[in-house]
Design a protein around this ligand. Structure first.
Ligand SMILES: [Zn+2]
Length: 176
C-alpha cells in the first residue's frame, strides 16, 4: 500500500513526468484509479466484489473501459492502470502490445475447446474461472526486453505475473 502511494506521488510529480499533452490528466486518472482500487473489496479469490453480481464472462460494457486507443477492454480501473503502465514503458523505449483482454464466457468456452484446459496441460482456464472473464487479466505481446521491464515494473501499476507457463499473462491484482 505504501509503495503504491509512493508511485502515485511519483506520477503526480512534474520532476519524474516529462511535460506532454495529456500527461497531467492521465496521471490524475491513474492516481484516482489506484486509490479507488485500494478501496475496492475483493473476494478471497482476489475478484473485485463489485463484479461478482454480474458473473465471470458477463461483465457489462458499463463496467469495462478501453485501454487507450487499443480495441481491448478491461474492468475500468485495470484499463486505466494498464494505460499508465504502457505509457511509462514507452517513455523508456519499451513497447508493450496487447493480444487479449476481457473475454466473455462464450469466448472462454471456445478457447478451452481449441487450446485445452490448463489443468490438463493446455492453455485455457476452465470457462467461468478465468481472470480474463472478470476483465482483470491481459495477454501481452512482449519481447525479451519488455518481459524484463514488466517483471521489474508491473507491480507498481498493480499488475502481477500470475500463471506459470504463461509469461504473457498479467493480472491486475494490486498488493495492499
Ligand atoms: Zn491470459
Amino acid at each position: 500500500m505504501a509503495e503504491i502511494r509512493t508511485q502515485i506521488a511519483a506520477f503526480r510529480s512534474p520532476a519524474t513526468t516529462p511535460a506532454a499533452a495529456g500527461t497531467e490528466s492521465s496521471s490524475a486518472a491513474f492516481a484516482q484509479a489506484l486509490d479507488g482500487t485500494l478501496r475496492t473489496a475483493r473476494t478471497s479469490a482476489g475478484v473485485p466484489v463489485e463484479l461478482t453480481k454480474y458473473g465471470n464472462g458477463r461483465i457489462p460494457e458499463s463496467a469495462l473501459q478501453r485501454v487507450g486507443t487499443t480495441g481491448h477492454r478491461l474492468w475500468a480501473p485495470a484499463a486505466t492502470s494498464l494505460e499508465a503502465l504502457m505509457c511509462a514503458a514507452r517513455e523508456q523505449g519499451v513497447n508493450i502490445g496487447i493480444t487479449d483482454s476481457y473475454r466473455p464466457l462464450a469466448e472462454q468456452v471456445d478457447l478451452a475447446e481449441r487450446k485445452g484446459l490448463y489443468s490438463q496441460g493446455g492453455l485455457a482456464a476452465k470457462p467461468g474461472t478465468s481472470d480474463h472473464g472478470w476483465g482483470i487479466a491481459v495477454d501481452l505481446d512482449l519481447d525479451s526486453r519488455a518481459q524484463a521491464w514488466m517483471r521489474a515494473n508491473a507491480g507498481r501499476f498493480g499488475f502481477a505475473e500470475t500463471t506459470p507457463r504463461e509469461p504473457w499473462h498479467w493480472a491486475f491484482r494490486p498488493a495492499k
